[in-house]
Design a protein around this ligand. Structure first.
Ligand code: GBE
Length: 493
């Protein structure tokens, strides 16, 4: 670590009260891991009976992904289990977060299409992890819905809650003996808004103003149903935990004005709270969200809100369906108040009456949305504790992108040191119940609409090479060092 960073958490920030580096250690049972997702790494998109997913269809359509790149081969992890597990061992992580491709297990999405070869693949992964002593954390849905289910409306169709819980049932039954940590959905906010409203992610729909809310409504019910299924049928035997992974930026008011402060609170309440409030609090959307969407709907001349309602019995079923909280966090945004009186095109963002911006002074990663603001993560963790109580939290993703192939990824080394040090502060000073941390990502992979140009890996992957050679970056070594020693002062190491 250089001189400046010895003292300050990140050399772009010099507020001694906020940015000083904290020396200290994480608890012995802290769960260190790295994360990936099926479509982003596996490849083998049509191999051994796998059915197509919405991401296969989307990436195969002209003009949807940067340079029309696809996940057809990706990191070829379908054929590289040994090397992937070897990398996990090199890092010294205790856990690996990966996701199951629904259409590998159920090619058409529903149970009559069961595909044993898909089950065999994940059993090979799980056995290799077991031999290596690495604990799996498994996501059931990281955005690759079977295309056959999209053909009947995808998440806008209520039936998806049933199909999802039948799929979850299969996974709990087939793999549950080896899995103690389950995540139902990765980032509901992202796949509903990007997939059903903005259209920049699969299935690419632009159902402005209602698609994301309808998709979100179904997935919340699907999550709750799967959680109860586990609770009723598997928990006593398998002794695992089931939850969901939300994503959230930290929302910092752009100015000191009362309006911007209120707007920043609203941004967190309507984006994180959209999904966190039903699951963690009372089975229903935040009052503020109901109020804002209803009001914007009325201004449009609609007689009912575009936000669907849960019945009383649905609310009872949804409330409390978590055993921990998964949090993906990457960046911070400024929030200013911005009212849109008569929206022509309705959208979630317009419903919020906010504008999001970045500070030019914040260092930037290769992704346009990713500014590096470590102190924002501590504020977000504090906000979560204040609003949702002492829930056990796993940071299920945190990391940054680069555009080139460099192995010496100095900025990422700083990013991880700074963000992880902030997690230590949240834990030691603020008493946030953080149980683990997963870096995104184990290796460069298919970064959705950005294809392979935004590289998040602590291992580089050479996508030109037939073997998809993987090489550790400096950040892989830095991460291993933090896992071993935390932030102990040098003399104590
Ligand atoms: C997560 O999403 C995902 O879980 C993971 O799969 C992904 O690889 C990782 O983070 C890195 O992105 O017009 O460029 O501003 C922004 C993080 C698109 C949340 C990017 C979609 C951040 C949501 C579009 N965002 N992403 S634009």
């Amino acid at each position: 670590m250089d001189k400046a960073a010895e003292k300050f958490i990140f050399d772009a920030f010099h507020d001694p009260g906020r940015d000083a580096l904290l020396h200290g250690k994480f608890p012995g049972d802290f769960l260190w891991g790295v994360a990936t997702a099926s479509y982003q790494i596996e490849g083998a998109w049509d191999v051994d009976g796998k059915g197509p997913s919405v991401w296969d269809s989307f990436s195969h359509s002209e003009g949807k992904v940067y340079q029309n790149q696809t996940g057809d081969v990706a990191c070829d992890s379908y054929n590289k289990i040994e090397r992937d597990v070897e990398m996990l061992k090199e890092l010294g992580v205790k856990a690996y977060r990966f996701s199951i491709s629904w259409s590998r297990i159920l090619p058409t999405g529903t149970v009559e299409s069961f595909n044993q070869a898909g089950v065999d693949y994940y059993n090979r992964v799980l056995s290799a992890l077991e031999v290596a002593g690495i604990e799996p954390m498994v996501t059931l849905y990281h955005w690759d819905l079977p295309q056959a289910l999209q053909d009947i409306g995808g998440w806008e169709n209520d039936m998806m809650a049933v199909y999802f819980s039948d799929y979850a049932d299969k996974c709990f039954r087939e793999f549950g003996a080896k899995i103690k940590l389950w995540i139902t959905f990765n980032e509901p906010l992202v796949f509903t808004t990007h997939g059903y409203e903005i259209g920049s992610h699969a299935p690419g729909l632009k159902h402005s103003g209602y698609g994301a809310y309808r998709a979100g409504h179904t997935l919340i019910k699907a999550h709750a149903q799967a959680w109860h299924l586990y609770d009723d049928k598997y928990r006593s035997r398998q002794q695992g935990k089931v939850s969901i992974a939300f994503n959230s930026d930290w929302f910092e008011p752009k100015t000191d004005s009362e309006k911007d402060k209120v707007a920043a609170q609203r941004a967190a309440t309507l984006s994180l709270g959209w999904f966190a409030h039903p699951v963690l609090v009372n089975g229903d959307y935040p009052e503020l969200m109901k109020e804002y969407v209803a009001n914007a709907s009325r201004l449009q001349g609609l007689s009912t809100s575009r936000l669907p309602q849960f019945s009383e019995s649905e609310k009872k079923t949804i409330a409390g369906t978590f055993d921990f909280l998964g949090l993906n966090h990457y960046t911070t945004s400024y929030v200013s108040h911005k009212a849109t009186a008569h929206p022509r095109v309705a959208s979630f963002m317009l419903d919020c009456d906010i504008e999001l911006t970045k500070d030019d002074a914040w260092p930037k990663a290769a992704s346009s949305w990713l500014s590096i603001v470590p102190w924002g993560m501590r504020r977000l963790l504090g906000w979560i504790k204040e609003h949702y109580g002492d829930v056990p939290i796993y940071i299920t993703e945190n990391g940054m992108s680069q555009s080139g192939m460099d192995i010496k990824d100095e900025l990422r080394v700083k990013y991880f040191k700074a963000y992880i040090n902030v997690v230590l502060k949240a834990h030691l000073i603020d008493g946030v119940n953080v149980k683990g941390y997963f870096a995104w990502s184990l290796m460069d992979n298919f970064e959705w609409a950005q294809g392979y140009r935004e590289k998040f890996g602590i291992y580089e992957v050479n996508f030109e090479h037939p073997e998809r050679l993987r090489t550790p970056r400096e950040s892989a070594k830095a991460f291993a060092e933090i896992i071993n020693n935390g932030f102990k002062p040098p003399e104590e190491k």
